[in-house]
Design a protein around this ligand. Structure first.
Ligand code: HAM
Length: 422
């Protein structure tokens, strides 16, 4: 029986992979502009990192992690997200003692969640994320949001909606917690068993339950924003002022809660408004996590970041009909006819590549016409034809495939000829 790809995963094949490379390149470029440096952490971590970091009562930890015991009997987990590993690395390498602060990091890499696959939801997906550690300035909240929006905008997306909320500080959260318990407790029997378990442990998690999303109590639950203390309110006001001054439009959604436990203060998501985008419209999510570094064993350090998946980004581009300017041209294809020409073509090809050209030749003993067809399919700029006659004269026939112009060029002059026209 044939072996198939695991459910919820994708092969990214030539022809599509160029789009991935293009968007990844754009992300790297933008991070450079915003002064974020790349970090690469392992694909798997000790399970405890996510239990502590993401939170015991979250869907991710309770239902979605790929956890296994290694041969030494240690519990390991394929990373479901990039924030906890980044913070683990930040603490482990004492990045907080680096004189350049805040520490501004980004990552691009695969994450793993055992979710029910559907359009835009995979079991392995690639997140691009940024984390700014060490600053409590609301201006950096605005910076991180601006960077997220820039990724989408610079790739050509227009139908975006930025939604923000504040989850307040620990003190505000305590009061809100009591209000939520009082709200849900009398009718908690109508909710799923997860929600029932979460009532006392972490009632805020009830608000992003996928099963009970439509229960009327969900819509009437007291929003956190009504419980913000003065400090939290002021912080949120500043974030909003920065956004407004940057000309960034946003909507405040007092019901926005995020699915991970580490958040406080600013929380945000960007949605696609594009028609036909499908059921899942959230393109990215992020927020502030001022307690996480301490939770993972570091000194009290504020942090903020976001992550988006390239899969959903590409879906959004498709929904808005944006095509990326992906150029996949080969500089030169050598068409060789006859044994002697074939031999010469092999060394000539090597010279071309050493000179920096992307180049190829036929390896299937095809006829002239078929070699030209192959060159056409490869979208080449120049076809260089080498036959017995040319070899005799020590020349090669170079055809510009865009203009149709054809010229005879001395073989040892081919590289200079192409360089002049690059
Ligand atoms: P998250 O909301 O769990 O947050 O995921 C962020 C983004 O990852 C989502 O908005 C979506 O684009 C993508 N994503 C999540 N799950 C899937 C999936 N199964 N298939 C495809 N795409 C998916 C976090 O992960 C936080 N670490 C974000 C963050 C960084 N907060 C602060 N810093």
């Amino acid at each position: 029986m044939a072996i198939h790809i695991p459910r919820g995963t994708q092969d990214i094949l030539p022809g599509v992979v160029e789009q991935w490379q293009y968007v990844e390149q754009k992300m790297r470029e933008l991070c450079k502009r915003y002064n974020y440096s790349e970090i690469r952490t392992p694909i798997f971590e000790q399970t405890e990192l996510f239990q502590r970091g993401v939170g015991e009562t979250t869907d991710i930890v309770q239902k979605e992690m790929y956890t296994f015991e290694d041969r030494g009997g240690r519990s390991m987990t394929l990373r479901p997200e990039g924030t906890a590993p980044t913070v683990r690395s930040y603490v482990e390498h004492k990045m907080y003692s680096n004189p350049n602060q805040p520490t501004k990091l980004f990552y691009i890499g695969p994450m793993f969640r055992y979710e029910r696959p559907q359009a835009g939801r995979y079991r392995q997906f690639v997140q691009f994320g940024v984390e700014a550690l060490g600053s409590n300035d609301p201006a950096i909240d605005a910076e991180v949001i601006a960077l997220a929006l820039d990724v989408y905008r610079e790739l050509g997306l227009k139908q975006l909606k930025l939604v923000i909320n504040s989850l307040g500080d620990i003190e505000s959260r305590k009061e809100h917690r009591e209000a939520l318990i009082a709200h849900f407790k009398p009718r908690i029997g109508e909710f799923c068993s997860d929600c029932q378990n979460r009532l006392e442990k972490n009632p805020m998690r009830i608000l992003d339950c996928k099963k009970d999303r439509d229960h009327e109590l969900m819509h009437t639950a007291p929003p956190i924003i009504d419980y913000l203390n003065e400090e939290s309110r002021n912080f949120f006001e500043k974030v909003k002022t920065y956004l407004t001054e940057m000309g960034i439009e946003y909507e405040v959604d007092p019901r926005l809660v995020r699915g991970l436990d580490y958040y406080n203060h600013t929380a945000f998501e960007i949605m696609s408004n594009a028609e036909g985008f499908g059921a899942i419209t959230t393109l990215m999510g992020g927020g502030r996590y001022n307690g996480l570094v301490e939770e993972i064993g570091g000194p009290p350090t504020p942090g903020i970041g976001f992550a988006l998946s390239i899969e959903r980004l590409l879906l959004a581009l498709g929904a808005e009909g944006v095509t990326l300017p992906v150029e996949n041209k080969l500089d030169c294809y050598i068409v060789a006819l006859g044994e002697r020409a074939k031999d010469k073509a092999a060394s000539l090809l090597y010279e071309l590549r050493k000179a920096g050209f992307s180049a190829d030749k036929d390896y299937l003993d095809r006829k002239l016409k078929a070699q030209f067809k192959a060159a056409d399919r490869l979208n080449v700029k120049y076809v260089a034809v080498l036959g017995e006659d040319e070899l005799e004269k020590n020349v090669i026939n170079v055809k510009n495939m865009e203009t149709g112009n054809q010229e005879e060029v001395r073989i040892d002059f081919l590289i200079e000829y192409l360089l002049e026209r690059k």
